[in-house]
Design a protein around this ligand. Structure first.
Ligand code: ATP
Length: 485
């Protein structure tokens, strides 16, 4: 048997549509760009990922509690967080194609091309200039100057016909209340879930009887008016984040940051991602966000290259300090043992649920040649698989159907199962392979005499005879011992 890994994102896009994992939003109207809907298999997969993450935070750690904050928040929150003034990307438009690009990315790509041509010195010089943009005439002016001087052309049209560089705020704005229409009542769709945690930090401390160090976990929607949003669910305008903010004593932040980085990397392996497709990329000091002391990305090797799936950030006391300043409410923690007050530092782990789902699909995807035939299979961790067990009568005969339905009735108390009697048995196996179903159970005539069925394993396609009353144990054991290959 020969196996091939995923080589292009398009294959996942088509499989997602064909099997019901992910669809384009509002497709019958031509689609809404960078917004996607999850289908019947996708929603199960996403929920399984969410559940594992939630357990890894709140069930495993007795000092981490959860919340579910609203998407709408007081507008002052976004002033305090720095998003109103600082959540901007510098954009430039190609006048010929009317396409908009991130100005710094256009320069990054140009530098990459110079390196490919072996012009390392020139590339280093430009990189140095890019790293110090904003220190000469201003961010937009400095970027524009480089693009003009280097005569960088638009990637798609090849034209050299640019507008000025402008800042573009990524927050979606709407109006709040039935009579409101002016800008003073503007309210934002949250661009990150973290602020819902910071503004509730006091409430949680007062009601959940937690002591520093402690964490607050949350899963929820976030919205960003991304300008470059063309990579399926990798970059969306409406997406979901799973974030945990861990509140620690200043001075212990470095140690805690290292611990969380390690724990989070481990989690990605636990959900079945192959180790060689994961890596950690530290943010160099000069590229850190304004609030961060240190930061690193956990990156996955997507078909579009190594890209961030999760960020681990040491946010210091920046956020709580700013909320204290803007709200006038004390954000300090009183350490009774040490008899001292301080604003805790925050270590944040922030992972995109959609990017994780995409990573899981990409990592599981295989095309295999089996005895001159080919199959597409998703070798998902059984814990994540949308359907755990496919149940088939070998042929559509009442006595086989009856037993198969009974097995379905029993197993569905503990697992998501799918009864299927249509098509050849080979076709039914292939359908479940593409859906990532790890176990298929087939009822045949021989088994009617001795209460046995055939269980077929997705990954190696091996088949075993098993007593019907042993099915649940066999499935459970296999799920526990599963390893990615
Ligand atoms: P990027 O540099 O890729 O834009 P970011 O550094 O802005 O990401 P964070 O603000 O750190 O991302 O957000 C934390 C996580 O949320 C990211 O690691 C990613 O998984 C997810 N995320 C951020 N923006 C998007 C988006 N537009 N679509 C899908 N997921 C996103």
């Amino acid at each position: 048997m020969s196996a091939k890994n995923l080589d292009s994102l398009d294959k996942i896009v088509s499989l997602s549509k064909a099997r019901g994992f992910i669809y384009q939003s509002s497709e019958i109207y031509g689609g809404l760009s960078a917004v996607y809907d999850y289908g019947p298999l996708g929603v199960e997969l996403k929920r399984n990922i969410e559940e594992l993450w939630w357990k890894s935070m709140t069930q495993v750690h007795d000092n981490i509690v959860g919340i579910d904050a609203a998407i709408f928040m007081h507008p002052k929150v976004w002033e305090a967080s720095g998003h109103v003034d600082g959540f901007n990307d510098p954009m430039i438009d190609d006048k010929q194609s009317k396409k908009r690009y991130r100005a710094d990315m256009i320069i990054e790509e140009h530098i990459l091309k110079l390196r490919e041509k072996g012009k390392e010195d020139k590339a280093d010089e430009l990189q140095q200039e890019l790293d110090t943009t904003g220190t000469r005439e201003g961010l937009c002016e400095d970027l524009h100057e480089i693009i003009m001087r280097e005569e960088i052309r638009a990637p798609e049209s090849g034209a050299f016909d640019w507008t000025e560089v402008r800042q573009f705020n990524l927050m979606f704005k709407t109006h709040y209340g039935a009579t409101s229409s002016n800008d003073e009542d503007a309210i934002y769709l949250r661009p990150e879930t973290a602020q819902g945690i910071f503004v509730n930090y006091k409430n949680v401390m007062d009601t959940a009887r937690v002591q520093v160090p402690f964490g607050i976990a949350q899963i929820g929607k976030a919205f960003r008016n991304e300008v470059v949003a063309r990579q399926f669910v990798f970059r969306m305008r409406e997406f979901e984040q799973m974030e945990m903010q861990y509140f620690v004593e200043p001075e212990t932040d470095g140690e805690s940051y290292d611990e969380w980085l390690e724990k989070r990397l481990e989690w990605h392996k636990e959900i079945g991602i192959r180790e060689e497709n994961l890596r950690v990329a530290d943010h160099p000091e000069d590229k850190l966000a304004h609030y961060a002391r240190s930061a690193a990305d956990i990156e996955y090797h997507y078909p579009i290259g190594w890209q961030e799936v999760e960020g681990i950030h040491n946010r210091t006391d920046f956020d709580l300090g700013r909320h204290q300043e803007y709200s006038g409410k004390k954000m300090e923690y009183y350490d009774q043992k040490e008899q001292k007050r301080y604003i805790p530092y925050v270590i944040e782990t922030s992972v995109g649920l959609d990017r994780t789902t995409l990573m899981v699909l990409c990592d599981a995807y295989r095309e295999e040649e089996v005895d001159g035939d080919s199959r597409t299979v998703l070798k998902l961790h059984p814990k994540l698989a949308p359907t755990k067990v496919g149940i088939f009568p070998l042929v559509k005969k009442p006595e086989l159907k009856k037993v198969a339905r009974k097995i379905e009735e029993n197993l569905k108390q503990d697992f998501t199962v799918r009864y299927d009697e249509s098509g050849s048995i080979g076709k039914r196996y292939r359908r479940q392979d593409e859906a990532g179903t790890p176990f298929c159970v087939t009822v045949d005539f021989d088994g009617l005499d001795d209460d046995t069925v055939t269980i077929r394993y997705r990954d190696d396609m091996k088949q075993e005879r098993v007593k019907v009353d042993q099915l649940e144990t066999v499935i459970r054991n296999r799920m526990k011992s599963w390893k990615p290959e």
